[in-house]
Design a protein around this ligand. Structure first.
Ligand SMILES: Nc1ncnc2c1ncn2[C@@H]1O[C@H](COP(=O)(O)OP(=O)(O)OP(=O)(O)O)[C@@H](O)[C@H]1O
Length: 401
């Protein structure tokens, strides 16, 4: 756990980079520090490993004042990843990664074996990349080596200063996903500096939004986006914060609609009658084993039985099954996927809904109206500090609406 208590840093030329900061990063938590250039993010981070000393205030690591810890000992407990990576150009990727364990006294063979495991962990096959030199890697691959090296001493704390800043947006998103996957199992205590609000909300359990030298808001991504604490924070997170919120709000089974369900092998007439009796314009189609197949329009079924199904005897029904009229729909999401993915799937498939399934089990469908409701409910829930399921949109006012 890292705790800042009234920390101020003034540089000798009089620049006050950080002004009376107090906040805490819990054990296993990833906190992103986000703000414009020059607002004091890097200074904050460098005070944690004593590359910069505070002018006043104190910083505690697991309850221990770091000013009393020898800086070399301190840095062994703290991994540090920076944008420029800083690999040794004359050492192979494997040796670069093995440097720290070797310095810590592991025999060379053991240090290299550990380095190979770490390269594997960050998605670089050691047999392919281990013997290369840094200039034989892409920017994204170098960043991965930087992360592997920072993890080499297995420090409980990681400081990451724009670690994915130097790569293109596609590679960056890939690295972010990989890092989130790693972090979900390693659960390091992480301070992550970025000037990119998208990156901050994607990665952070909580975000510190920096103004000049001060934290304007320190809260979960959803709350910062849904209820910015100050006009500055609102401007910084952007006018499209509603859209950004889609990426931090998960699909919840309570948001789903339940159109009628028919099976691929159901007779057309029976399916048509079912839809007509429920007044439903379409139905979800499942395979015989219950896994999702797609959908079928009521009009396609009633067309097949030669007119509106209601009132027609089954003797007039054609043979045929739903299979001949069903349309495949490949867009589906697991529960917990971000609403942004749901909207993207709907747009990409030009569909007014997306199926949500847990493995092979169909849970229901999300429509644009359901998505809007989910977003409103989650904003209201955060504003009222209630679980989302307990929010009724009629009784709880929507923040900012
Ligand atoms: N060694 C130094 N001496 C004097 N001023 C400094 C020094 N290092 C940083 N500063 C100043 O302190 C302020 C905060 O700098 P810092 O690097 O912490 O900002 P930052 O938010 O990380 O910016 P960026 O996103 O551009 O890296 C800036 O005004 C900067 O010019």
């Amino acid at each position: 756990m890292i705790r800042f208590e009234h920390v101020t840093k003034s540089y000798p030329d009089g620049t006050k980079a950080v002004d009376d900061l107090t906040f805490e990063v819990a054990e296993g938590e990833l906190v992103t520090l986000v703000g414009p250039s020059g607002c004091g993010k890097t200074t904050t981070m460098k005070m944690v490993n004593r590359l910069v000393e505070p002018t006043s205030g104190r910083i505690l690591l697991d309850g221990e004042d770091i000013s009393a810890i020898d800086p070399v000992q301190l840095r062994r407990r703290i991994g540090y990843v920076i944008q420029q990576v800083g690999l040794f150009p004359h050492k192979t990727v494997l040796d670069n990664t093995a440097t720290v364990p070797h310095l810590l006294g592991r025999p060379r063979g053991k240090a290299r074996a550990r380095a190979a495991e770490l390269l594997d962990l960050v998605g670089l096959d050691p047999s392919t990349y281990g013997d290369r030199y840094p200039d034989q890697l892409s920017g994204g691959q170098r960043q991965r080596v930087g992360v592997a090296r920072a993890l080499a001493a297995d420090p409980p704390v990681l400081l990451m200063d724009e670690p994915f800043g130097a790569v293109d947006p596609v590679v960056r998103e890939h690295l972010q996903n990989e890092f989130l996957r790693l972090q979900s199992s390693l659960r390091k205590t992480v301070l992550f500096v970025t000037h990119d609000i998208e990156e901050a909300v994607r990665l952070g359990d909580r975000i510190a939004v920096y103004g000049a030298g001060r934290i304007e808001q320190f809260d979960t991504p959803a709350t910062v986006l849904g209820a910015p604490a100050t006009p500055y924070a609102a401007r910084f997170v952007g006018a499209d914060r509603g859209l950004k919120r889609l990426s931090v709000t998960p699909v919840d089974p309570g948001d789903l609609e339940q159109p009628p369900i028919v099976r691929l092998d159901d007779p057309v007439a029976r399916a048509a009658e079912r839809l007509a009796s429920e007044g439903a314009p379409w139905a979800v189609v499942l395979e015989a084993d219950g896994s999702p197949y797609g959908w079928v329009a009521a009009s396609a079924l009633t067309g097949a039985v030669g007119g509106p199904a209601a009132g027609r005897g089954l003797d007039k029904a054609p043979r045929g099954t739903v299979r001949e009229h069903a349309r495949r729909m490949d867009a589906w999401l697991p529960p917990g996927a971000p609403l942004k993915d749901a909207l993207s799937a709907m747009l990409q498939h030009d569909a007014g809904w997306v199926a949500v399934r847990d493995g092979e089990r169909h849970l229901g469908v999300l429509t644009p109206a359901g998505l809007h409701g989910a977003l409103r409910r989650s904003t209201a829930a955060d504003a009222a500090k209630l679980p989302r399921g307990e929010v009724s949109l009629d009784t709880v006012p929507v923040a900012g609406a």
